[in-house]
Design a protein around this ligand. Structure first.
Ligand code: NAD
Length: 254
């Protein structure tokens, strides 16, 4: 269903972004992937998906501009922009390292603005575009010790709504997908810090912190998030815009 479309997925060398890139490629989209990782792993993802990789650092607005321009020159896109790159740091406000704050705001929020401002003119010219932002349940509610992440994700939700209004007459939709806890390296890596911050064992963090929030007691899977992203790219989803779509096992219903 996506033959002839080009997708740019930021942070797609791992986790949710990789699953979204795989799903879009399966539907026939040409892919530009982005993100860090060992060269051989990235090369094998490119082989698997027939994708081009751009290693732009999402905290660098100039690198973002070059990446989007390259996507236009080499692949004629992006028609689909998935802003997915993200990082996390867990610490109380008064101990939160300011440089971590700045990095999270840059990568999780400002990068969404920069990719979009460069990609939008091409989408408007074609009269078709899809902007899908991986937000989070933390775009709707808060948890302690995640101030920068919660602030950035609330920002992404607000930016997405504004964008949806501005692009409403241009065939371009803008939506957030807001997962609860998805089992990816990002979640796995925050377990040690949460153990320290809350003086808990690994099992206590998994059950009493992570899955405590999710009424289903199941982690969301990257493939479930990817399936929703694919749906948002379909023509049937043309009227879904400015939405923040929760996929959180009931977390934000509570
Ligand atoms: P992940 O750590 O598995 O993947 C993150 C990706 O972003 C990787 O490809 C990494 O290389 C890339 N990345 C990190 N910093 C970058 C930078 N400066 N420039 C370019 N790329 C960079 O994480 P994930 O869990 O798949 O998270 C993906 C997105 O989903 C994030 O925005 C995250 O906030 C969001 N999210 C995750 C969960 C979860 O439970 N895992 C829940 C809700 C939202």
């Amino acid at each position: 269903i996506l033959d002839g479309k080009t997708a740019l997925v930021t942070g797609s060398t791992s986790g949710i972004g990789l699953a979204i890139a795989q799903a879009l490629a399966t539907e026939g989209a040409k892919l530009m992937i982005n993100g860090f990782g060992p060269e051989d792993e990235i090369a094998s993802i490119c082989d698997e998906l027939g994708a081009v990789h751009d290693g732009a650092d999402m905290s660098d607005p100039d690198a973002i501009e070059r990446m989007v321009a390259r996507c236009g020159k080499e692949l004629g896109g992006p028609d689909i922009l998935v802003n997915n790159a993200g990082i996390q740091h867990v610490s109380p406000v008064e101990e939160f390292p300011p440089e971590k704050w700045d990095a999270i705001i840059a990568i999780n929020l400002s990068a969404v603005f920069h990719t979009t401002r460069h990609a939008l003119p091409g989408m408007k010219r074609k009269g078709w575009g899809r902007i899908i932002n991986t937000a989070s349940a933390h775009s709707l509610i808060a948890s302690p010790n995640k101030s920068a992440y919660v602030a950035a994700k609330h920002g992404v939700a607000g930016f997405t709504k504004t964008l949806a209004l501005e692009a409403a007459r241009d065939g371009v939709t803008a939506n957030c997908i807001s997962p609860g806890y998805v089992w990816t390296p990002l979640v796995e890596n925050q377990i040690p810090d949460t153990m320290k911050a809350r003086n808990m064992t690994r099992e206590q963090v998994m059950n009493d912190v992570l899955l405590a929030a999710q009424p289903t007691k199941q982690f969301v899977t990257p493939e479930q998030v990817a399936a929703l992203a694919v749906f948002l790219c379909r023509d049937e989803a043309a009227s879904i815009t400015g939405a923040n779509l929760s996929m959180d096992g009931g977390w934000t219903a509570a």
